[in-house]
Write a protein of this length. Structure first.
Length: 247
């Protein structure tokens, strides 16, 4: 079982410097249709183009995984950065993700890559954690709040003053709009989540309020996703709401 997960993934020269966070409790999975039914219809958004994990994994998965776990529905998304170099060629993104995956599932013997989705600086969206992009897969991205959420990682380091590519923020907004739309959730709304452990900012069992599109640091003591990307979250929420057809 995965016990600890990444907060900010390592850069190309920092495989050993991993910051960890724990996985929340899991419950039985639900289908996309059931999630939409639970939302009573509402505002939805088209799924963005998502590169399947088979295209970055390249070879057969050599790391043994625990069974995939599912929540009920995605009520919030947490935004991260991978804390890796920014000046990469987007053609190298699959290699970068393989390296990050190897550091977690191989080097640290975790069950899979922690994030549900990864987005590169060119705006390409990649499937991360296995289990189905349209299902509420329990990830390993935000200590205490992995249940009923999705983790979206921006590939790069976005500390204060670092430019965040518009293609990247547009893609993050598109993923958020689609995933939250499956449960009828307004990206600008507030989600009430229960902490699964006391390693987060909130004691185990307590209810915490988050904006439906939040940064990792909102739930855990970390600089992730960096001040530059945190500053983009209000615009990302608005873009995601417009993609759902909300005024």
């Amino acid at each position: 079982m995965l016990r600890k997960v990444l907060c900010c993934l390592p850069g190309a020269l920092a495989l050993g410097l991993l910051v960890l966070c724990a996985v929340g409790a899991d419950r039985p999975g639900t289908t996309q249709a059931r999630a939409r039914a639970a939302s009573g219809g509402g505002h939805t958004s088209a799924a963005p183009r998502i590169v399947p994990r088979g295209q970055w994994l390249a070879q057969a998965d050599t790391y043994q995984r625990d069974p995939v776990r599912y929540g009920d529905r995605v009520e919030a998304v947490f935004i991260h950065h991978t804390d890796s170099p920014n000046g990469y060629d987007c053609a190298d993104t699959p290699r970068i993700i393989r390296y990050l995956y190897a550091g977690q599932a191989g080097g640290k013997a975790w069950d899979d890559i922690g994030y549900n989705f990864l987005v590169d600086r060119c705006g390409t969206v990649y499937e991360g954690r296995a289990g189905g992009v349209d299902r509420p897969v329990v990830g390993a991205h935000t200590q205490g709040f992995n249940q009923n959420t999705a983790g979206i990682a921006a590939i790069g380091t976005f500390t204060e003053g670092t430019p965040v590519p518009r293609a990247m923020t547009d893609a993050i907004a598109a993923v958020a709009a689609w995933k939250l739309g499956l449960s009828g959730t307004d990206p600008r709304s507030t989600a009430h989540l229960v902490s699964s452990n006391s390693h987060s900012r909130f004691p185990a069992g307590s209810t915490a309020d988050f904006l439906a599109v939040s940064g990792h640091r909102d739930g855990y003591e970390t600089f992730c996703p960096g001040l530059a990307l945190m500053a983009e979250l209000p615009a990302i929420r608005e873009r995601a709401a417009r993609l759902q057809g909300r005024s």
